[in-house]
Design a protein around this ligand. Structure first.
Ligand SMILES: *Cc1c(COP(=O)(O)O)cnc(C)c1O
Length: 427
């Protein structure tokens, strides 16, 4: 989309005034004076999330073990209730989504359930830019089946360390590939893959395909009724802002309902017979069949609050603002920062980019240290990327304007030189 941005702050102020999500911003706790650009790593706390969490604490205080029964067993049914509401974000059927465990464990669950290697088809297809936990999980799943990683994990290499070639992914879908797991949006470069095209190619070749939505959920709407993948997983603490370590999402296409869960547990049992506590597992016939143990309820309540915000904001409006505010950031980078050796490392076109801007600079690490002392929260990714995520729900155009102003000062005065290049434990 073409926008008519201008360099002055008036342009930012006008866009803030006209922002259809303006009223949503006040529902979040923002530190006064701070420019928070890290909502793609950990979303900020909202009043809605806080309220839902406090409500749950109250129920615990007042009800004790009866928490399972109050409000028509709402909390016993919480995973399907929240999953059903979250399904709207990806246009899936409500019983195809549940919330449970962490992303990493959900990868294990989906692979353990759907990976049935044969002599001819035994490889798992991945790329080499995905977040490493996905790769660790895949590697270990092939080892469980007695393969070496070299034998059974097929890696599509990125041609440039930034992007994944969709053609190369499809070319790698040979007859020996059983399953593919790919990221919807790459965590470093923000590339958004053509999920529909890749999923279609996988299906034509008899390959089961799953998507990691960690960097797209809550920022990019998906149409799973159209894409029709086999499975998907995602965390909820990034754009979705459900809190540190909040529970993850799991989508299982209904054509796989009833397949025996690779990692079975008592909460995956049919609700109607769960408390009969039999020794034989009677699996629930929808996504809830892939639940395992007792849900960490306190980390789920915040999700309920956040989903109210998404209901009010609407995913389409979220995407619209996200594209506009990141386009504005890229525009200011082009106008003011490129001359200092900065480069935009993410794709430019709307159809192929997620919710953050990948600003590249050879001094990225030290620039991030400097930004933090100036009340800006960026996020650094090796080797040279400053990830900047002005989020749709609580970011403002004025913050983006000031961010670039601060970056310009840092680059002009080279003030980053006073910081050490030695990496901290958590960068
Ligand atoms: C953030 C992220 C994860 C995180 O996994 P956890 O199990 O929640 O720690 C996994 N995969 C991708 C692509 C991510 O961006």
């Amino acid at each position: 989309m073409k926008y008519n941005f201008e360099q002055g702050i008036e342009c930012a102020n006008k866009m803030d005034e006209e922002d259809p999500l303006r009223s949503i911003i006040d529902r979040f706790y923002k530190v006064p004076g701070q420019i928070y650009m890290d909502g793609n790593s950990l979303g900020l706390c909202s009043k809605d999330a806080e309220k839902a969490t406090l409500e749950l604490l109250d129920v615990w205080k007042n009800e004790g073990i009866n928490i399972w029964n109050v409000k028509d067993s709402k909390y016993f049914l919480y995973p399907s209730l929240l999953g059903g509401r979250m399904a709207k974000l990806i246009n899936a059927e409500s019983d195809e989504v549940t919330v449970t465990n962490s992303t990493t464990i959900n990868i294990h669950q989906c692979i353990a359930t759907l990976y049935k290697p044969t002599n001819k088809r035994y490889k798992i297809l991945v790329d080499d830019l995905n977040f490493p936990t996905d790769r660790y999980a895949i590697d270990s799943q092939t080892r469980i089946h007695g393969y070496t990683v070299e034998e059974a994990v097929k890696v599509v290499p990125s041609p440039d360390g930034r992007m994944i070639s969709e053609d190369a992914v499809i070319e790698a879908m040979t007859d020996d590939v059983a399953i593919a797991l790919l990221p919807a949006v790459l965590y470093r470069s923000a590339q958004l893959l053509d999920m529909e095209r890749i999923t279609k190619a996988a299906k034509e070749r008899g390959i089961i395909i799953g998507w990691d939505l960690c960097h797209s959920i809550g920022a990019v709407p998906h149409d799973f009724k159209r894409i029709d993948p086999d499975f998907a997983i995602w965390c909820t603490y990034k754009y979705l802002s459900a809190g540190p370590g909040s529970i993850a999402g799991l989508y299982m296409n209904k054509r796989h309902f009833g397949k025996q869960a690779g990692l079975a547990g008592w909460h995956g049992n049919k609700k109607s017979t769960q408390f009969q506590l039999k020794q034989s597992h009677e699996q629930e016939s929808n996504a809830d069949g892939f639940l395992t143990g007792t849900a960490p309820m306190l980390s789920m309540a915040a999700m309920e609050g956040v989903l109210d915000i998404y209901d009010d904001a609407g995913m389409e409006r979220v995407r619209e603002k996200s594209l506009k505010i990141t386009a504005y950031l890229m525009y200011l980078i082009d106008q003011k920062l490129v001359k200092y050796g900065c480069e935009v490392g993410n794709p430019r076109e709307d159809a192929v980019r997620g919710g953050h801007v990948a600003l590249e600079h050879s001094e990225a690490y030290r620039i991030c240290q400097d930004l933090k002392t100036r009340n800006v929260i960026p996020d650094f990714r090796e080797p040279n990327v400053i990830r900047l995520a002005p989020t749709a729900l609580y970011g403002t155009y004025e913050e983006v304007y000031h961010l670039v102003e601060i970056l310009e000062d840092i680059l002009l005065t080279k003030s980053y030189e006073q910081f050490s290049n030695t990496r901290a434990l958590v960068v």
